[in-house]
Design a protein around this ligand. Structure first.
Ligand code: IPE
Ligand code: IPE
Ligand code: MG
Length: 247
């Protein structure tokens, strides 16, 4: 592999601090093999391990994975159940290793819609991994960008009504901090698998100046090599933030 410029990992420019991923294509991966959709989700868990491993190797600080959207609650009951079961299995199987590797996991989204067992799994993984300093892993579950913005607006409105904040104090920064991602920097790079050219209600505020990388690879086939080639492409981009050249 030594003649491969994107392996082990790219070093021709900055490593994105924060990488976000829309993990899509599990159903299609299963359908291609004549398997039920949940088999695709199961296989997708391996790709989650890969992208975490790759992020640690590359020195990415924050990894945000879109695992289940607000709109995904409209899927058939049995698929939702399979996904929630997978979350519980993931927590059981991975919590010790995540902690050992210094990965701090946060689960962000409207968790009130999940069943008690799934919420308990979320509490467990967050407390077990709390304080990990190698990588911050955000699992976005029952999450959508609009719901995130509406929730932040409500929280700010409540503070104004309580006299804790003036309307003039609501600026970009205050708004960002009221979102689920709080004080974290915005994603530098967004990866979407399965060749869909849409944002599907993901992090609408935070992606304002994020670089997009869309790959035909279906999520269960995603490897760290895919991550590194996305990073290599990112390193060839010029981020201008509305100016005439990079700041
Ligand atoms: C992504 O794969 C996982 C979730 C949205 C939970 P999909 O389940 O959307 O797979 P496709 O898009 O139908 O192939
Ligand atoms: C986006 O994928 C949500 C997640 C990856 C969790 P979807 O499969 O739900 O999005 P659409 O329906 O293709 O836009
Ligand atoms: Mg999909």
């Amino acid at each position: 592999m030594s003649d491969d410029p994107v392996f082990p990992f790219p070093s021709n420019g900055p490593i994105p601090r924060h990488v976000a991923v829309i993990m899509d294509g599990n159903g299609r991966w299963a359908a291609e093999r004549g398997l039920p959709r949940h088999e695709g989700h199961w296989e997708g868990m391996k790709a989650v391990r890969e992208v975490i491993e790759g992020s640690l190797e590359a020195g990415i600080e924050i990894l945000t994975l879109f695992a289940f959207s607000t709109e995904n609650w409209q899927r058939p009951e049995e698929e939702i159940e399979a996904l929630m079961t997978l979350l519980k299995i993931y927590v059981e199987q991975e919590q010790a290793e995540l902690r050992e590797r210094g990965i701090e996991v946060r689960v962000l989204g409207d968790l009130g819609r999940m069943d008690e067992e799934a919420r308990a799994a979320v509490d467990r993984i967050q407390s077990v991994t709390s304080g990990g300093a190698e990588l911050r892993l955000n699992l976005m579950i029952s999450y959508s960008g609009r719901a995130d913005i509406v929730r932040a607006a409500r929280e700010l409105a409540r503070k104004v009504a309580a006299g804790e904040l003036t309307p003039e104090q609501i600026d970009d920064r205050a708004f960002s901090e009221a979102l689920y991602t709080g004080a974290l920097p915005d994603p530098d790079l967004l990866i979407r698998t399965s060749a869909e050219f849409r944002i599907s209600n993901f992090m609408l505020w935070q992606l304002a100046y994020t670089e997009f990388h869309i790959t035909p690879c279906l999520w269960p086939d995603f490897t760290r090599r895919e991550l590194f080639s996305a990073v290599a492409e990112y390193q060839r981009r010029e981020r201008r933030f509305g100016r005439v050249s990079a700041p």
